[in-house]
Ligand binder design. Structure first.
Ligand code: MGD
Ligand code: MGD
Ligand code: SF4
Ligand code: MO
Length: 719
């Protein structure tokens, strides 16, 4: 057995659960990960990614020197370069001088509208705070967003509309206090595995009753008293019919409604039409199950709702989330321990990146860029002349690429995202990427998007830097440097500060502070501007994290929200209508495709396909119901072609009753058969989130020879 030279305590870089990791180091190498039984989030448990998935740090494909593209790229004919021979290794000085020159040249020619940045929910709060500060303070643009737009954007918008705060209202392990809980649109055992363990404990040790509403027969169905298998895209009628039953049977909480909500009458009137019979005809869920679910939820003493992407990722995602919020307001299942509304956030630091201002409509702490007081506050803090900051709402992730055109966005800075795998309708995304005039990629690997870049800035991984992540239940936790950065890689916050000073010099505009020596100083600056983070300081989170809001140095943090009131005052009911998904199955495209994840892989696969985890799932499979497979002549593991109105891919079939008839599932980690070539880029009008969960496809069995080379990148056009 190896003996560690040292053990470094840090936070998992994968999902929003935020498990504690103890990295065992010998020399400068991580060789093992453990976790203590008293870790407050994960209590001795880890999933396969946290336990074994750290080896991407050492992968030979990792890029650890700054690179500049050898052949100059032009808008309209920009190409991808995956091969190192297409790049020139350069010094940091050359890479940053070149980047500053090109960015400033474009800014001085075209102004703020040409400049856009993608922040990174894998990077720290400090990294994200600084990138948004650089773009706002120096380029005077709000075109700053990150993957939250592709993720829970509709949950955030709906929660802001209804209660005025968008984070999870409970601590994840409060689930053991639930008598009843609803889980919908969350494949929890694969995507929030440690929260799934807590849910199983709530059921098996504490007698909680689980209602699962999910179109796939996910593992949690085995633990449920009721499984509502709605057709994808029909959540508004499903949950509104539950509200209808609660209203009709007088099971609502009048006292709570009177004391803490508004707009009840208008809402109640709009629920009239959602009879269980009507809902059954749209959702396919029997009226009896809907009535039973309504009675269980309304009748519980403590009940909470947990959801993930099956709710927001629709062209009516905001309405979906509102249909859940309406239920909590109607029954008063909110504002107490074990009662609440819980969007399970995905990336390790998506909550934190959002809190840090990596958003087009908000400064750090959700302070509107259009609010004069907020703008003046940030002008004073960042040493900017009055009126200098841009008051116009910026473009979202999806709009940034949509606006790549001569009078629109010209330069894109991508810090740790991969739109060429994660955006919908990749053939369109590719076209837009090709039109850019200048692209910066700051990442660990040249991913499908970085391959479009002019300059590549090698970032240090989470194990090589200091900082903080904020997990799904709002817990700000430490990330600690365990090993030295590989090669010349540098922490994101250091790269941004170095670059910002070079840009500032060119613009001749002295602004904000960029000379930090440690990220603790960055968090302190953020805390002075964001009341919820005012009391979060490094010395206070040495051992345990703190749950924001933490209002001052003495404040103990906030395990659950809304005990006294909602941030917007009263909770607001919203009347709802059923709007079908944008694309419904028809004779040409008879199947509904829904997309998502598997336990062993991460999103577009940049980290996990460069890890030993890849051996567990070396290629993506399409899940198809046995009856559908038999009808189409698809053999188990047989190759099929899947085609939508936007693209086509070939992959093997997994014939399984996890898939219900008529609905197929493809995970999106696999470049050679990228699911997002098929998906629909229609968005929810309020939240701008794409409809990843419903598109119509056709499936045909094909020959083995049509399968793509597993080593190919989708981006090389082998589809
Ligand atoms: N292993 C792993 N874990 C991850 C990630 C990863 O890439 N890999 N990513 C992280 C991120 S960023 C996120 S946001 C989370 C996402 O976590 P999840 O949302 O659990 O992830 P998905 O795989 O997209 O699963 C969506 C679920 O919604 C269901 N669904 C599909 N259509 C509908 C519908 O119309 N209505 C309802 N109610 N449900 C529907 C699907 O059957 C599925 O169970 O996972 C995080 N955790
Ligand atoms: N079809 C379909 N598409 C989807 C979804 C879906 O359900 N279905 N879900 C959507 C959702 S919820 C999300 S969150 C998005 C995710 O979309 P993305 O954020 O684009 O996906 P990731 O693969 O997580 O990209 C993270 C990148 O950050 C890099 N990285 C890791 N750590 C660091 C670091 O410390 N610094 C820097 N600079 N880089 C780092 C990784 O190498 C990787 O290239 O995908 C969306 N796309
Ligand atoms: S559950 Fe999430 S945070 Fe915990 S080990 Fe797995 S990936 Fe990491
Ligand atoms: Mo996400």
């Amino acid at each position: 057995m190896l003996k560690p030279d040292r053990i470094v305590s840090t936070t998992c870089p994968y999902c929003g659960v935020g498990c504690n990791l103890q990295l065992h180091i010998q020399g400068d190498t991580i060789y093992k990960v453990t976790t203590p039984f008293d870790a407050p989030v994960n209590k001795g448990n880890l999933c396969v990614k946290g336990r074994f998935g750290y080896d991407f740090v050492y992968h030979p494909r990792r890029v650890t020197t700054p690179l500049i593209r050898k052949s100059p790229q032009q808008p309209g004919s920009r190409t991808q370069a995956f091969d190192r021979a297409e790049w020139r290794e350069v010094s940091w000085d050359e890479a940053l001088e070149y980047t500053a020159d090109r960015l400033v040249e474009i800014y001085q020619r075209d102004g703020a509208r040409a400049m856009a940045a993608y922040c990174c929910a894998k990077a720290t709060n400090e990294d994200n705070y600084l990138l948004q500060k650089m773009y706002r303070a120096l380029f005077r643009t709000n075109h700053i967003d990150h993957c939250t737009r592709l993720c829970h954007a509709a949950s955030v918008v709906a929660l802001q509309m209804a209660v005025g705060s968008s984070a999870m209202s409970n601590t994840a392990d409060e689930v053991v206090d639930n008598d009843v809980f609803i889980l919908t649109g969350s494949n929890t055992t694969e995507n929030h595995p440690i929260i799934a363990l807590q849910m199983k404990a709530a059921i098996q040790k504490h007698g909680a009753k689980l209602i699962v509403a999910d179109p796939r027969r996910i593992e949690m169905v085995d633990y449920a008293v009721l499984w509502l298998a709605q057709k994808p895209g029909t959540d508004v009628p499903l949950f509104s019919a539950m509200a209808h039953v609660i209203l009709k049977e007088n099971r609502y909480n009048q006292e709570f409604i009177d004391a803490r909500t508004e707009n009840f009458a208008e809402f109640a009137a709009s629920m009239e039409k959602f009879t269980p019979e009507y809902a059954e005809s749209i959702t396919g869920v029997s009226r009896d199950k809907i009535i039973e679910a309504a009675r269980l939820y309304a009748g519980a003493h403590n009940a909470a709702i947990y959801w993930s992407l099956g709710i927001p990722e629709h062209s009516h995602g905001t309405a979906n989330a509102l249909s859940l919020i309406n239920l909590a307001l109607l029954t008063g299942h909110i504002g107490r321990r074990g009662n609440g509304l819980n969007p399970l956030r995905g990336q390790n630091n998506v909550q934190g990146a959002s809190d840090s201002g990596a958003m087009p409509w908000h400064y750090p702490g959700y302070q509107s860029v259009a609010n004069e007081d907020a703008a003046q506050k940030f002008e004073r803090a960042w040493n900017i002349e009055p009126g200098g900051l841009n008051r116009k709402l910026g473009l979202t992730t999806t709009e940034i690429l949509g606006n790549v055109q001569p009078n629109g966005v010209r330069a894109l800075y991508i810090m740790g995202e991969n739109p060429m795998m994660s955006e919908p309708n990749l053939n369109h995304t590719r076209h837009q990427m090709e039109q850019l005039e200048f692209v910066v990629a700051q990442d660990l690997f040249i991913n499908e998007s970085g391959a479009f870049a002019d300059v590549f800035l090698p970032a240090a991984s989470w194990a090589e830097k200091e900082g903080t992540f904020t997990n799904t239940d709002r817990r700000v936790q430490r990330v600690r440097q365990a090993i030295s950065p590989r090669g010349q890689a540098r922490a994101d916050w250091q790269i941004v500060c170095d670059l910002a000073q070079r840009i500032e010099k060119r613009l001749g505009r002295p602004t904000a502070r960029w000379d930090y020596t440690h990220p603790a100083q960055v968090l302190e600056e953020m805390g002075s501007l964001v009341p919820e983070y005012a009391g979060v300081r490094y010395h206070r989170i040495e051992n345990l994290g703190l749950q924001v809001p933490v209002l001052d140095d003495e404040h103990p943090g906030t395990p659950f929200l809304f005990a006294e009131s909602f941030p917007r005052g009263r909770g607001k009911f919203h009347p709802l209508e059923y709007v079908p998904s944008a694309e419904m199955p028809d004779d040409d495209y008879p199947f509904i495709l829904t997309t998502g994840r598997v336990l062993e892989h991460w999103h577009g696969g940049t980290l996990t396909r460069n890890s030993g985890l890849n051996d567990l799932w070396p290629e993506a499979l399409i899940e198809i119901n046995p009856e559908d497979a038999a009808r189409l002549g698809v053999a188990p593991n047989g190759p099929v072609r899947v085609t939508s109105r936007r693209g086509t891919i070939v992959l093997r079939a997994r014939v399984t009753s996890k898939a219900v008839r008529g609905v197929v599932f493809i995970p999106f980690f696999y470049g050679p058969a990228a699911a997002n070539l098929l998906t629909n880029d229609v968005v929810d009008p309020q939240a701008k989130i794409p409809e990843y969960k419903v598109s119509a496809v056709r499936i045909t069995p094909v020959e083995e020879s049509e399968l793509p080379d597993p080593q190919a990148f989708q981006s090389r056009g082998r589809y």
